[in-house]
Design a protein around this ligand. Structure first.
Ligand code: MN
Ligand code: MN
Length: 295
């Protein structure tokens, strides 16, 4: 990996970490979830980055992909997973934290946080993915919770939010190894329920798929905007802020034409509460482990 790439990954990680801290402190009783998302994305911009994906705050039994464009939530006693992604010239930092507004879920928050810390402490070149997964599983089960098995950490590429390898949240048996030069996110989720998530509700998070010619004027405008996201995920709210409600017609048309992938909110199958913690890790050319999201 070149020094310039490493610098950009570190910069993206740094901005992501600062933004996560900022956003976490905005999640308080009576605040509007959508306003918090707007402020987080303004902060990313102010610090010199761009969102690698739409900021998301998934509450209670939702684990990921909650990013509303109209049905706002006012915070009261939610368990809120805040997930922030930043890119600098395509190099990505991805990090998440859970805020427990009720104060009743301290152990659940601790479980995913400790799982992340313990996973990072076993990371080095040559460690297998199953060893990382086992560290996560053991940490979460110690508290009596379930690791979410069908969500995983992931490699990060230039303008690629999810690439190989997939980092399991359980002892998966994978003998694939961590190598020098790898960049990846580790993201344990702990659940009081099934530890399996499934699609729940209408998608507002999308990613460009197969481009096709479109005739409708508004769809063409929206498509041009989407192209500026460089194949990274985007959300309905960004487009309705810019084009108004008609952006939704454009999205629907593109969905029907199979042009975009949609990512609906993901909920625990048994409606268990879910906590999340995440950091981006870089293994440099000397094999040194750098957690880009810690300053
Ligand atoms: Mn994330
Ligand atoms: Mn991630």
């Amino acid at each position: 990996m070149e020094d310039l790439e490493i610098e950009k990954i570190k910069k993206a990680g740094n901005i992501a970490a600062q933004t996560l801290e900022y956003g976490k402190n905005l999640i308080v009783k009576d605040a509007s979830l959508m306003q918090v998302l707007d402020k987080i994305e303004e902060k990313i911009d102010e610090l010199g980055g761009k969102p690698a994906f739409p900021a998301q705050i998934s509450c209670n039994h939702l684990a990921a992909h909650f990013c509303p464009d109209e049905d706002d939530i006012i915070f009261s006693d939610q368990l809120a997973c805040l997930d922030v992604g930043v890119h600098v010239d395509g190099y990505i930092g991805d990090t998440a934290v859970t805020v427990d507004l009720s104060g009743k879920n301290k152990n659940l928050v601790k479980a995913s946080k400790e799982a992340l810390d313990n996973a990072i402490s076993v990371v080095k070149p040559g460690v297998t993915l199953t060893e990382i997964g086992k560290a996560i599983q053991d940490s979460i089960q110690k508290y009596g919770f379930a690791p979410v098995r069908n969500l995983s950490g992931h490699g990060l590429g230039k303008f690629e939010q999810h690439t190989k390898p997939s980092i399991p949240n359980f002892d998966s048996g994978s003998d694939e190894k961590i190598e020098k030069g790898m960049v990846f996110a580790i993201e344990p989720f702990a659940s009081t329920g099934a530890g399996i998530v499934q699609d729940s509700g209408i998608a507002t998070v999308f990613m460009m798929g197969n481009k096709r010619p479109v005739r409708n004027m508004i769809t063409r405008q929206v498509l041009r905007e989407i192209e500026t996201y460089n194949n990274l995920p985007f959300t309905t709210r960004w487009l309705t802020n810019k084009f108004g409600a008609k952006a939704k017609y454009a999205l629907r048309e593109m969905e029907q034409l199979g042009m975009i992938h949609s990512y609906p909110p993901l909920a625990d199958r048994d409606k268990g509460l879910v906590s999340q913690a995440e950091h981006t890790i870089l293994i440099d050319n000397d094999g040194k482990v750098i957690v880009t999201t810690k300053m």
